[in-house]
Design a protein around this ligand. Structure first.
Ligand code: HEC
Ligand code: HEC
Length: 228
């Protein structure tokens, strides 16, 4: 029933060291079938850390996954598998035995289509207590961060918007994640990793290395109200 015919194109990269010691990347586009029911089942494994609806937790120790582009989720899993993005807690879950590559499109698509709410909606009179509870569990809002909102907007528009989209909402079907609706603490940790090289980000030197603490704070303040 849930089997969807859409196929997700996944870039499967394999790198090998050539004789000259330079790494050569080969990328092959592979088609996989998306099975949302399987994705939901696999999500039970992720839910222990990332929450039942991919809402993340522990103030950003575990990032939000709900609504991230499927291609981005799949790509990050591949980076964890290849140990190009290093993270101890998630590593054992991404090996081939736990998470074979052919299952990646299914849980990526499952997580991508979860829509969290930022406010409790008006309930229809016929809604049961259980239905209301399920909806209330999907309400998620990033706490407001202190900082100079005007400066934050200016910096965001100048330096981040081109890739991360208007108001931080990202771009569907892209490899670039949204930043609005993501935990502030998690993003600050990622930016530290970009600066120290533990994680790759385009132009990280120009974008982050020389950014003053109050400027970064201002961007986080701006993003923290974009999901309201
Ligand atoms: C033991 C806890 C744990 C489990 C289980 C776990 N993760 Fe994670 N995951 C993490 C942590 C911690 C991070 C953040 C890593 C960092 O700070 O760089 C993360 C990061 C991610 C990211 C990157 C998000 C982003 O915005 O870049 C994705 C995608 C992800 N996990 C997917 C999954 C999926 C899918 C599963 C289930 C198959 C899963 N994780 C299971 C702990 C876990
Ligand atoms: C040239 C495009 C580009 C620009 C400009 C850019 N980003 Fe990014 N950003 C990306 C991409 C692509 C990723 C995903 C990187 C990866 O593949 O791991 C990313 C990832 C991130 C992440 C990690 C999100 C997550 O869920 O793990 C943060 C935080 C971030 N960017 C912040 C910023 C901020 C703040 C700015 C502006 C100062 C900015 N970026 C400018 C392309 C860009």
């Amino acid at each position: 029933m849930f089997k969807v015919i859409i196929v997700l194109f996944l870039l499967v990269s394999s790198s090998y060291a050539a004789e000259t010691e330079t790494e050569t990347e080969t990328e092959t586009k592979v088609e996989f079938e998306v099975d949302l029911a399987l994705g939901e089942e696999i999500n039970e494994l992720c839910a222990g850390c990332h929450g039942e609806f991919g809402e993340g937790g522990k103030q950003g120790e575990y990032p939000r996954l709900a609504g991230l582009p499927a291609g981005y989720i799949a790509q990050q899993i591949q980076l964890f598998k290849d140990e190009k993005r290093k993270n101890m807690p998630i590593r054992p879950y991404t090996n081939e035995r736990e998470l074979p590559v052919e299952d990646v499109p299914s849980f990526s698509a499952y997580l991508a289509q979860i829509k969290l709410l930022t406010k409790i909606p008006k309930f229809d009179d016929n809604a049961t207590a259980y239905e209301k509870l399920l909806i209330a569990k999907k309400v998620f809002n990033i706490p407001k961060v202190e900082g100079d909102l005007e400066l934050g907007e200016e910096l965001y528009v100048d330096d981040c918007q081109l890739c991360h989209g208007k108001r931080g909402w990202g771009k569907e079907d892209s490899d670039t994640p949204p930043l609005a609706g993501q935990y502030t603490e998690y993003m600050l940790r990622q930016i530290k990793d970009f600066v120290n090289g533990a994680r790759w980000h385009e132009y990280s030197e120009e974008l982050f290395s020389e950014m003053e603490a109050d400027e970064l704070q201002a961007i986080m303040a701006y993003l923290s109200i974009m999901d309201d």
